[in-house]
Write a protein that binds this ligand. Structure first.
Ligand SMILES: C[S@@+](CC[C@H](N)C(=O)[O-])C[C@H]1O[C@@H](n2cnc3c(N)ncnc32)[C@H](O)[C@@H]1O
Length: 196
């Protein structure tokens, strides 16, 4: 079965242009078969970015875990004028993200990394619309292990759908971090965590 995080070189390409007007910019994203949200920007990702930007801090760096074709990274880099890094396991999504960063004239580097395997720096912000379909363990690792990749006062922001286990995931990470739910909208919970 093909998931949006499974690499499948044989999958026919069907590129589309997705236009997204927000924060006084006209963004354009190229998507394709085999990547998450290929038909349009995901509502959860939009709500995450909107909520983060309403509550933003003065950050100098961010890491987008499971960056897909780059929506979250590219919008944050543009609006906040900061450099960022996006990581994913889906090679096709990574290629698109690199292309999309050029189209939208932002400085984000995208690279392949299974969770934090190829990451050694620290960041002011880790942001993620995590791959729920990869399983709860992957999601919990992204959130818990992410604490080790934060600068002092850094935060991890995430979106999870209520019906995809938001409550139990938040309960679980509350044992190890301080968690605050910032928004509940249209079935999505937006929350952030930081070190205790
Ligand atoms: C829900 S999608 C979000 C994509 C993108 N951030 C967006 O908002 O459109 C989750 C992404 O996580 C990626 N992913 C799945 N397992 C991963 C892993 N173990 N490490 C890193 N990324 C992973 C998937 O390939 C997918 O692109």
């Amino acid at each position: 079965m093909n998931h949006y995080f499974t690499n499948n070189d044989n999958l026919k390409s069907e590129r589309r242009i997705i236009k997204y007007e927000a924060y006084s910019y006209d963004f354009q994203f190229i998507s394709d078969n085999g990547v998450f949200a290929k038909k349009g920007i995901d509502l959860g990702s939009r709500l995450l970015v909107d909520t983060y930007l309403k509550n933003k801090k003065d950050i100098k760096s961010f890491l987008d875990v499971g960056s897909g074709y780059g929506f979250i990274s590219i919008v944050l880099a543009k609006v906040l004028n900061v450099n960022g890094v996006g990581i994913d396991v889906n090679k096709r999504a990574l290629k698109l993200a690199i292309e999309n960063a050029k189209i939208n004239k932002v400085s984000v580097s995208f690279k392949e990394s299974y969770i934090y395997d190829n990451i050694d720096g620290k960041y002011d912000l880790i942001i993620t619309n995590p791959p729920i379909r990869a399983g709860k363990n992957v999601v919990l690792t992204i959130l818990k292990k992410g604490l080790d990749y934060l600068n002092r006062d850094g935060e991890i922001w995430a979106v999870i759908r209520k019906d995809q286990g938001a409550k139990s995931i938040i309960k679980e990470i509350s044992k190890e971090a301080s968690v605050e739910i910032k928004e509940k909208s249209k079935g999505f919970w937006i929350f952030f965590l930081k070190k205790n």
